[in-house]
Design a protein around this ligand. Structure first.
Ligand code: HEC
Ligand code: HEC
Length: 450
């Protein structure tokens, strides 16, 4: 078996570590340092990298898959009952078929997420009608897109989580350097955002500390801990409170208000009332934070643990001839301008417990690019139209486990996904269009191998 394709890519690598990716080239053979693995070590999809026991990983994964009910705090509005109900493809933690819905409007050329109407995420379900323990009947309405929206029903496909703990381990400066090396025409913008929920394992993170935002279709979230608490609230309607170095974090403690209308206390769901000193509406609380106490709410900590150690997908070199022919085309037509072929190497020691010096290839710069008509025109309040067209370069690793592509899942056909690139991606799409049918086939087979 040959790894010439990957080695060709590895030669272009910007190396940020003493470990050369070329040395790490043999499948399944760990380097002498047994904390070091490569993407091509034999980890089954859905398995974990080093740094955690099988048992601890399985326990965290079970929590990720756990179905929550109204009595656990689901609602008032939600999209699904378990993280694992959406992130399913290939293995638990994968991409999914669920497509979420967003809306918004432009006022004088700037984006308004219509927060007072419950925007910009429109949850698809409500807990409906139920009776509280005091005999009161509550009815939660299903969210609707408000009449004033001008950006309608934008889809957001469920993305895969494989390997994201390694991405979470990368220092900000790495992303800045990646983007600085990109050709000017396609160069991305590295976004930064405050950490709302620090990862207790990473000493560099603090409440409000700014970090490169690398997660989500729009690269809006700066670490996996924040994404976990955010998803628990926004996807499932389960609100949480946490303690960090003695401070109480309540950013995720307030229930969503369906279309902006807050439910009366107790009418958001049937979870037990929040303990004293904790905001009403908190479904799962750590409690009043003792001096110096650091403790994430247990479910959120488990989601974070599962995602941190979830292994990256391995490459599939099965269709060797086509892949070998497609690899150089990937760079020739300029795909690598954004889907960088750089080998990432986690810092050693790593900040979040994943193996240090571990190399991996996500084929993304985790920066956003102006994608023209492909951009979804959803943004943060106050952003210009141009800013709302920015999308994060979608990581291409493990794409063969997916069945639909692009942020709204509009196509199941890889060539169509490539041809839809516009804005900074238009030149590459046009170069792809000019390839022969055979070359297009080889290039898409290469993409499927990643
Ligand atoms: C209803 C389906 C659904 C559920 C339930 C769900 N997710 Fe997701 N997940 C999505 C979608 C859709 C996205 C893309 C969101 C975006 O970027 O706008 C996503 C993205 C993510 C990302 C960002 C990945 C990346 O590509 O950067 C993380 C992390 C994540 N989810 C974790 C979780 C966790 C943890 C839970 C459970 C608390 C969860 N998700 C529950 C649908 C879901
Ligand atoms: C200017 C940067 C840029 C260039 C150049 C570029 N892409 Fe992309 N690519 C993106 C962005 C941004 C997305 C996410 C699009 C979206 O939000 O729908 C994406 C999405 C994709 C997807 C869909 C992934 C998914 O998760 O659904 C594929 C496949 C893809 N690109 C392949 C390619 C190939 C092949 C080339 C070369 C012909 C290429 N791209 C060139 C930025 C780029």
């Amino acid at each position: 078996m040959t790894f010439s394709t990957l080695d060709a890519i590895a030669k272009k690598a910007i190396i940020f570590s003493a470990f050369s990716p070329l040395l790490a080239g043999c499948a399944g053979e760990p380097l002498p340092d047994d904390h070091t693995q490569t993407v091509r070590s034999a980890i089954t999809l859905g398995g974990h990298v080093g740094g955690i026991s099988d048992g601890a990983f399985a326990e965290a994964r079970d929590n990720f898959n756990l179905q929550e009910e109204v009595t656990d705090g689901i609602g008032p509005v939600f999209n699904e009952r378990a993280c694992g109900n959406c992130h399913t493809l290939g293995a638990q933690g994968g991409a999914g078929v669920q497509i979420e819905r967003r809306y918004g409007r432009f006022v004088n050329g700037v984006f308004d997420s219509m927060d007072s109407s419950g925007g910009s995420l429109r949850q698809l379900f409500s807990v409906g009608t139920f009776t509280t323990s005091t005999g009161r009947t509550c009815t939660v309405p299903v969210e609707r897109e408000p009449a004033g929206a001008t950006v309608h029903n934008v889809g957001r496909l469920t993305t895969p989580l494989f390997g994201l703990g390694l991405v979470d381990a990368m220092p900000d400066a790495f992303f800045d350097r990646l983007v600085a090396a990109e050709p000017a025409e396609v160069r991305g913008t590295v976004l930064r955002a405050p950490v709302l929920l620090p990862n207790p394992a990473d000493a560099s993170q603090n409440i409000g500390s700014v970090r490169v935002a690398r997660f989500g279709w729009k690269a809006g979230i700066s670490n996996l801990a924040t994404f976990a608490a955010d998803a628990y609230k926004n996807e499932m309607g389960i609100t949480t409170q946490h303690c960090f170095r003695g401070r109480s974090i309540t950013d995720f403690a307030i229930e969503s208000a369906p279309n902006g209308a807050a439910m009366a206390t107790g009418c958001d769901d049937l979870a037990a009332a929040a303990p004293d000193g904790i905001p009403a509406g908190t479904d799962d609380a750590v409690g009043v934070c003792a001096s110096g106490q650091t403790e994430l709410q247990e479910d959120v900590q488990n989601f974070l643990t599962f995602m941190t150690f979830l292994a990256p997908p391995e490459r599939d070199f099965g269709d060797q001839v086509a892949i070998g022919a497609g690899a150089p085309l990937f760079s020739q037509v300029g795909c690598n301008g954004c889907h960088v072929t750089t080998t990432f190497v986690t810092p050693n020691p790593s900040p979040n417990g994943v193996p240090g010096g571990m190399s991996f290839n996500p084929f993304s710069d985790f920066a956003v690019h102006d994608m023209g008509a492909l951009g979804d025109q959803i943004g943060n309040n106050g952003e210009t139209v141009e800013q709302t067209r920015r999308m994060r370069t979608a990581p291409l690793w493990g794409i063969r486990f997916r069945n639909s592509f692009l942020h709204d899942g509009r196509t199941g056909n890889l060539a169509d996904a490539i041809l839809a690139h516009d804005g900074q991606g238009l030149a590459a799409a046009n170069a792809f269009r000019r390839l022969t049918g055979a070359q297009q086939h080889n290039l898409t087979q290469f993409v499927r191998s990643l």
